[in-house]
Design a protein around this ligand. Structure first.
Ligand code: TMP
Ligand code: ASP
Length: 237
């Protein structure tokens, strides 16, 4: 199934798919990093949980009409996706304040944003992925103004779908990060992963953090939490 290793990131390896030039195999690693790689660890099973959870999220989004790179799950740690050229802008949607926005703007954690906030970050490790505005995004990517608006409105639509999805398993989605890519036709589609590594998920009843903040903030055992999410999904969907 897998051909040549094309790229290795912090959380995934990307392989050429055998027999189809247009497809890739994403292989989820057990490594966890935070604060742009300054904090590192490895957790047995993390790759499996993120692969399976992200697969379920992308299948739900596909059923709701969101176009993405996701084709199908292959095994516990791998999935087949369509090749895209990644747009180097991370799109963060925030429903409730947490993380960098609390430090950057002095907003108290748990402040609700109505309507949700959309932020752009330049995907550039050497610069620690800085916050950018629309003009910067047009300068630093190949997006035209209409495509930038399209990405932002897709992100807000995905937010609504994800709120519904996670509410079913008693989780609030405080914020999350998306990446978009261009497929072989030049169309912009959702790419990368949507998992507890890339979302902030809070238990609706207890407020308990059930995402990578468990690792970022040393709150407990990451694998127990990720396993709990997958179990809730298994029971609900
Ligand atoms: P932030 O509060 O650190 O800006 O993160 C906002 C959301 O984006 C949070 O759900 C975690 C996610 N995220 C990533 O997926 N990758 C990253 O590199 C960063 C910085 C955040
Ligand atoms: N993903 C980033 C890193 O690898 C930051 C984060 O998620 O906190 O360090």
């Amino acid at each position: 199934m897998k051909g040549e290793l094309l790229y290795e990131g912090k959380a995934k390896q990307v392989f050429q798919a055998e027999n189809n030039e247009d497809l890739l195999v994403l292989s989820y690693k057990n490594d966890a990093t935070a604060f742009n790689g300054k904090k590192k660890a490895s957790f047995e099973g993390k790759g499996k949980y993120n692969n399976l959870i992200s697969g379920k999220v992308f299948e739900f989004l596909r059923d709701r009409g969101i176009r993405s790179h996701y084709e199908k799950g292959l095994n516990d740690t791998e999935q087949l996706v369509r090749k895209t050229s990644i747009i180097p802008a991370e799109v963060v949607v925030r429903n409730i304040a947490a993380g960098s926005i609390t430090r950057r703007l002095g907003i108290k954690e748990k402040t609700t944003f109505t309507p949700p906030l959309v932020e752009l970050f330049y995907k550039k490790d050497e610069l620690d992925d800085p916050l950018i505005n629309d003009e910067h995004a047009l300068l630093l990517t190949d997006l035209n103004p209409e495509e930038l608006q399209q990405i932002k409105s897709m992100a807000l639509q995905i937010n609504k779908e994800l709120q519904t999805f996670f509410e079913k398993i008693n989780l609030a989605i405080a914020d999350f990060k998306l990446e978009f890519g261009r497929d072989a036709n030049g169309d912009i589609i959702l790419s990368d992963e949507i998992s507890p590594d890339t979302c902030r998920l809070w238990d609706l009843k207890t407020g308990e953090k059930m995402d990578k903040d468990v690792f970022r903030e040393d709150l407990g055992d990451l694998i127990t939490v990720y396993d709990n999410i997958l179990q809730r999904l298994g029971a609900a969907i």
